[in-house]
Design a protein around this ligand. Structure first.
Ligand code: NDP
Length: 310
């Protein structure tokens, strides 16, 4: 009957993933019985997304690995019943989507596009934006997504600084590594893009003190996770003019509650967690490759480090 793989994700996802996953398992030469309702004691592997039915992994004694369909694993990494290896998603489609979102929103703020939207007829006010090379952008997080965004922004000509826990080496990006270099990465930045995972170390990373290090009128683009930024400090920095704008895709509570001040603040753009999404056509191949590796006893790709939380 083949390997029993449980698909644990919101019911609505089953239709879009079923065929790509089945095809990808076949392409890897794997005989897989993929279903949403295998008895726990029979399950060999789990394909997981948050908000599915699974929160207690204890009965899945046979399960040899859990493959997350999401890049961010903060909802599952601390689950004490999850004792088997956990992988996060690195997907070419997810990466391209994020690069497009970040490049688009950075260019919006850099070019001052809003100034020309809805300009009253006949108002001739020539304001020429600087070249990208005169615009300092800092990207926090240089993993699969942050590195791709940083190099794309550098390719557009921006003066890019990237920051991560460990030192990186990326073409045309000034890379800084370690907590002690964060202030340096932020000082004078005219735009900040957050692509960090949410962990104990990164929560409220962008607080009032660090926001004050940015250049006057800087903008923030956050497709990482909501709690990376102290909301009150962000609103205060927008009110005082320290920041010109914040484009936020992710929030402490999602959907963002109707009364939240982000909705009505003219200096905040809310996008509803759509910066990028795992694309079944490419991501199913990543899951299948990892399942093949698990069966062959090879190291898994994109293994989550439980102690680091990502
Ligand atoms: P990765 O795990 O590949 O990269 C994470 C990066 O953050 C790494 O460079 C890592 O450093 C760095 N980092 C982690 N902790 C720290 C720390 N304490 N100090 C400094 N740097 C740190 O993740 P991805 O690039 O794949 O994804 C990043 C995040 O984007 C996800 O966790 C998720 O929250 C978010 N996301 C949002 C989406 C959306 O639609 N809005 C879609 C997909 C993801 P190092 O390399 O040194 O380990």
């Amino acid at each position: 009957m083949g390997l029993k793989v449980l698909f644990s994700a919101p019911r609505s996802r089953w239709d879009e993933w079923r065929t790509p996953l089945t095809d990808a398992f076949s392409a890897e030469g794997l005989e897989v019985d993929l279903a949403t309702d295998h008895p726990p004691e029979d399950v060999d592997y789990i394909v997981y997304a948050p908000n599915g039915f699974l929160s207690d992994f204890t009965p899945y004694q046979r399960c040899r690995a859990v493959f997350s369909l999401w890049a961010g694993v903060e909802a599952i990494v601390g689950n004490e019943t999850l004792t088997m290896p956990l992988t996060r998603m690195v997907d070419p489609g997810l990466e391209r989507g994020m690069v497009e979102y970040v490049a688009g929103h950075v260019l919006r703020h850099h070019l001052g596009i809003d100034r020309f939207l809805g300009t009253p007829q006949g108002e001739w006010e020539p304001v020429v934006p600087p070249l990208a090379s005169d615009r300092k952008i800092t990207v926090l997080g240089l993993g699969a997504l942050g590195a791709a965004c940083a190099t794309t922004l550098a390719g557009l000509g921006f003066d890019v600084t990237g920051w991560a826990r460990t030192q990186k080496d990326l073409p045309d990006v000034r890379c800084l590594g370690g907590a002690e270099t964060l202030d340096q990465a932020l000082t004078g930045a005219e735009g900040v893009v957050l692509l960090l995972p949410l962990t104990a170390e990164t929560e409220n990373l962008l607080d009032a003190r660090r926001l004050a290090l940015l250049a006057d009128g800087a903008f923030v683009v956050n497709p990482g996770r909501g709690p990376l930024i102290d909301d009150d400090a962000l609103l205060a920095a927008l009110d005082s003019g320290v920041l010109s704008h914040a484009t936020l895709d992710v929030f402490r509570e999602e959907p963002l509650p109707k009364p939240h001040p982000f909705w009505t603040n003219p200096k905040v753009t809310v996008t509803p967690h759509i910066a990028s999404e795992t694309r079944p056509s490419s991501a199913a191949k990543v899951v299948a490759e990892n399942l093949r590796r698990a069966e062959a006893g090879e190291p898994l790709l994109y293994l989550v480090d439980r102690t680091l939380g990502y």
